[in-house]
Design a binder for this molecule. Sequence first.
Ligand SMILES: C[S@@+](CC[C@H](N)C(=O)[O-])C[C@H]1O[C@@H](n2cnc3c(N)ncnc32)[C@H](O)[C@@H]1O
Length: 283
Amino acid sequence: MESIRSYRKKIGIELQNLSTITAREAELEAQFILQFVLKETSTQLIIGRNKKISENDAGLIESIVKQRLLGTPLAYLFKEWDFYGRTYYINQQTLIPRQDTELMIDILIQNNKEDSSLKILDLGTGSGVIGLTLAHHFFNAQITLSDISSEAIKVAKINGGNSGLKNIQFVESNWFEKIPPGKFDVIVSNPPYIPKNDKHLKHPELLEQPQIALMSELGGLQAITDIVKNAKQYLNKAGLLMIEHGFDQAPTVKNIFTANTFNNVRQYQDINSRIRITSGVKI
Ligand SMILES: C[S@@+](CC[C@H](N)C(=O)[O-])C[C@H]1O[C@@H](n2cnc3c(N)ncnc32)[C@H](O)[C@@H]1O
């Protein structure tokens, strides 16, 4: 039986055979696999680094590494991924939640009181991570989570059920098509925004994710344009629309907001100083 420390090193090296990740990412993935199988935090792994790994756990680790080396992202092997400090169920019908998207949550939390009774719509909810995180934080808010994919809605409902939250409802809808009448104070969306011919779509990690969650027509801007054009009918006066987009889309997205008479258009940078979020207020 090998120790956690030597196993961690061994799988880190094995994972470097994946051409799609860096050596540092391989080390991190080795850590995530051990955390997942041993159900320990990163600190517990360090403290217990000399503990021996049981044969059962070693078998499970080997089988995860084997599948990972075939290209399946860890999130789909674990069937769960973390977002804003909580763990969510996910499967291949849903996008793997991205850390970049947490920026939206930060902005909304910074600008609204925790007990605000906001009505919030999360368009293109996928696994539900944005809407459910907001529902946890804004406990007096009412959150509608919507997606065109019935499979994604199933996943979001599982996460909603696991959360015990009562302030949520789910709607299967092509953007606003089936959103029940009523006005929202905030509409948030992380829509598909990668252009169809973008070379990144060929990256194995993205190939495994649902294409409907990634790609959009019109050079990646169709979904954003549709949402911005129609959002005002669903927003209260002074209601906020907030959208995530690609860093190279920032000037165009700003124009789409202003062309649709949104006021107070703001753009926000991610930790790499790239503008990834645009918001505007309904006059
Ligand atoms: C980039 S993913 C975002 C998922 C999730 N909100 C997140 O941030 O992890 C975009 C989501 O939009 C959904 N979507 C794509 N086209 C749509 C449409 N026409 N109407 C509603 N949802 C759509 C996809 O199914 C996918 O779940």
